[in-house]
Design a protein around this ligand. Sequence first.
Ligand code: 4AD
Ligand code: MG
Length: 428
Amino acid sequence: MVDIKRLGEHVGEVVEIRGWVETKRTHGKVAFLVVRDGTGILQCVLVKSQVDEASWETHDTLTQECVVSVTGEVREDARAPGGYELGVEKLVLLAPSEDYPIQPKEHGVDFLLDHRHLWIRSARQRAGLRVRAEVEQAVHDFFYARDFVRIDTPILTGSIGEHAGTLFKTDYFGQDAYLAQTGQLYVEAACPAFRRVYCFGPTFRAEKSKTRRHLTEFWMVEPEVAFADSDDNMRLQEEFVSYLVERALERCSEELKILERDTSALERVRPPFPRISYSEAVDELQAKGSDIQWGEDLGAPDEVALVEDRDLPLFVYNYPKEAKAFYMKENPEDPRTVLCDDLLAPEGYGEIIGGSQREDDLDRLRERIREEGLPEEAYAWYLDLRRYGTFPHSGFGLGIERTVAWITGRRHIRELIPFPRLMNRLYP
Ligand code: 4AD
Ligand code: MG
């Protein structure tokens, strides 16, 4: 048995492939069959006079998504999808599939999400998920090449990582535990051990918003670097994001074509990215007619307004303290703000990264934890990091689904995770 992807190595040979039937049609004494084996798509041709009767009859019974074994000669054919075709000698049905729910027609999105376990087989979904897999591999390659150590951080935690408002709480033998909103506090702890570290895993937020860019379970990559300031942090982000885009362009051109992604803007994504301060962003938004006031966090529509006409990602840096999490370092030049940045993806996508320099001063950090009303006991270990050899450090979190939605040009991030978890969806 060979992979469809490797057929080029077998031209002129008789091979067997196994896979799922996508479509079939018959023109008199010639019959066609398109098979997907997970590595590619192959058109198979049966000529009645050249196959045994059983194979010809089997073709007649085939339905969408049944499993077949097809044996035949590999022929080059520029018009066929993938560039090859199979001159069938033998066709065997391995497993039936009757009344497959997803037909080659338009279905409503709720129907498709209810059938996500089947929907992932279709062309555009496959393309999006393959780009995701490539981007994830690129994440590891990028950090490995730069001497980062990967740290796996806990999913069950006792300390709130971001906002008390979006916690999933669970019972942990009589104690409250939370599903991790971030691995950040733990990679900060690993920094003195390895200097450059990152974590990559699922994170959880009880988002009660039904938007195209919120999931309750999403994957985040979070690097953390000792002796890096906010400026170093932004430079790492622009290099990293440019690398992810470049890898997708380089290795997923077929997929981007299937998704009808216009890649011209992506091709221009390379450092440096433009930077504006939060205060400049507010001015720009007010000039565009927004009624945003200094001090308020940027909402999704504000972000869209800032990047809808851009084709490079945009940094917005140094937000007001009250709009951001407790661990960010106060800006010595303007203590109303913190040393942080959000990276907004262009073409109207908005935030894909949140990053900051961390508060490394023990007293100030303790003060911030108190101000936020967080339980101090749960952060004793985190405060220890400032007690025993504190150091300037910075890091960021990049959301995989939002990043891949932008790269693939898909509107909803729910299509870029195999099994999305949304406020109103736990099935399948
Ligand atoms: O800006 P956030 O909340 O930052 C953090 O969690 C920091 N602890 C990261 C760090 O400094 N180590 O989230 C980071 C990114 C966002 O920019 C966004 O891409 C993604 O995570 N994200 C979500 N993606 C999908 N659904 C949600 N509900 C998301 N919330 C955040
Ligand atoms: Mg954020």
